[in-house]
Every structure is written in C-alpha cells, then in structure tokens.
Ligand binder design. Sequence first.
Ligand code: TYM
Length: 332
Amino acid sequence: MSDKKVIFSGIQPSGELMLGSYFGAIKNWVELSGMYDCYFCIVDMHAITVRQDPAELRRRTLEQLAQYIACGLDPEACALFVQSHAPQHAELAWVLGCYTMFGELQRMTQFKEKSSKNTENINSGLFTYPVLMAADILAYQADLVPVGDDQKQHLELTRDIAQRFNGIYGDVFTVPEPYIPKTGARIMSLCDPSSKMSKSDGTSGASVYLMDTPEAIMRAFKRAVTDSGSEVRYDLAEKPGVSNLMQIYSAATGMDLSAIEARFSGRGYGYFKSAVGEAVAETLRPIRERAADLMKNKDYLAGIYKKGARRASETSGRTLRGVYEKLGFVEK
Ligand code: TYM
C-alpha cells in the first residue's frame, strides 16, 4: 500500500468515447495521475442499465481501454480495469443499497432524464445506478473523483451514503471530493448548444468522437451552430453556441476565455470555428493513431486489464472485508 491519495473514476462503454468525456474527465485523469494512486475503470455493469448489443459492448470495452492508454494513462502506474472483473463492486453495491433511501434515488436528475427517454425499459438497475457508482468509489477509499459536471449530484449522494455509514459504524469509508475542471466540465452538442454532448446522440455532427478523422472533426466544427451577431464573446445566455466553442478551444489549448476573445476579436465566426476544429483535430490525432495501434495487440490489452483487475480486487476486497466485519457477517 502506498501513502498516496487515491483517485477513482470510470466511463460507461455505452457508446464511442467522445470529446465531452475527454475534456470533462480523461484529460484530468492524465494530469492528476502522477500524484495519486489511480484506479480507472470501464464501467460495463453500469452500461447494461440501457439495453446493449453484446458484440458491440465487448468491442467498445476493449477499445475504451486502448483509448485510455492512448490518452496518456500509464498502465504500469494506474490500475486500468473492467468493472465486471472486480465483483466486489456489485457486492458492496448491495450493502450500500441498504443504506440509501428510495427518496434519494428518486431525486437523481440522471434517473429522471434516462427514464423519460427510455419509457420501454425503466428497470430497477437504472434506479439503483448511483448506488453502484458509490460502491465503485468507496471500495477504493477514493479521495478524489475527477468527473464532468453532470456527475456532481451522484458524487454528493456518494458522500451522503459514506457519511451515513460512517455515522453508524465508525470511520469505514473515506468521504470523496469531486474534481470538476474549470473549463470543459460541460461540453454541449455542436448542433444544439442547449443539450449536453453525449455518446448516444445519433444526430450527425452533434458529437465529436476520439476516433474521428481530422476531416470529420473539421466538418463538424465548420457546421457547428453559432448565434446571431459575429463577435467571439463568452456569454452563455446570449451566445450559447459560441460560448460552447470557446470552452472547447480553451480546454484544447489551455488559453483562458478572455485571451480567446482577444485573439479572435474582429475575426468572425467562420474563422473561429475552423480554428477550434484544428485545435481539436490536433489534440485528438495522436490519441486516435495510438489507439488504433494498440488495438492491433489484443494480448497486450488483455494483460493490462487482467493486471488491473488483480490490483483492483485486492484493494476493493480489503474494503469489503472491513465492511462485512462491521456489519456482523461471519468470516468465511
Ligand atoms: P459517463 O460514462 O456518462 O461519462 C463519463 C465521464 O465524462 C463526463 N462527461 C462529460 N463531461 C463534459 N461534457 C460532457 N458533455 C460530458 N459527457 C460526459 C462525465 O461527467 C463523466 O465524468 N456514472 C458515470 C460513470 C461512473 C463513474 C463511477 C464515474 C460509474 N461509476 C465512479 C466516476 C466514479 C457516467 O455515466 O459517466
């Protein structure tokens, strides 16, 4: 065991990895990873709350691992693993479910959104999804959870569950803090800046994916919806389209919003959109190439996720044993 603080985060393999997850989450995982003990998961068990095609799920799980590495996560330093390979997550989720109130889960915005979109399949997994997420995090005694803005409410619930459990049984769980970046925490659709960019948006050009070619990326940004006027200025109410592009440009280049306004002053939207496209294409190019290369070596990838699962199970197993003991379960 090391003395380093712990990071845990995960992404569902429910669609291709896209720009929102990169800027909202993975980019920050990479930046923080040197300073922490890191566990980064591909949360396949969360993905099945919505019906998945088995062959697609298998393909995307492996590709997501290749993309984690291609983004710069070092598989020697971080545990990169698949959620279903560490059964402790599901076991702990059962326990935590007994310490989570029905009313708390009913208030979750993501549940309300997903159940209104999926009226044919409002299953109980969709409802208890945040409990499994809490188990993911608490099983590793994570100090920090780098996520996009949309996961904030789930993180707050995780903290409430941890505090409730600790209140009854003593200091069992570390109460985690969210890490939400200043720019890129909420990337919006390029076609409709009032809705979040998502993996599952079928609208052509709405989302940009990590594996998109530079040509496809340029096309998407050139067509991106902007607003009336022609000035590149950050104003979420009056200029949601341009403001979203500015967030993306800022996340890709590290420039702050006022420097971006100054650089593109008097240039017009067309020029700005091409510049954003180029910045994103250049950010993603090496990731796409490296991921494609890694996908050629499935044995290497299998070695990484197996090693990740061993390390993950060791840590989460230790937490689970402590929890069972506190609960009064007889040792096996
Ligand atoms: P998921 O798979 O929907 O998204 C993965 C990560 O990407 C962030 N994100 C975004 N950030 C900025 N702009 C966007 N448009 C955007 N879309 C997605 C998300 O905030 C997230 O950080 N419940 C989680 C997965 C999960 C998890 C966990 C995360 C399961 N267990 C434990 C952290 C810790 C989810 O559905 O993320």
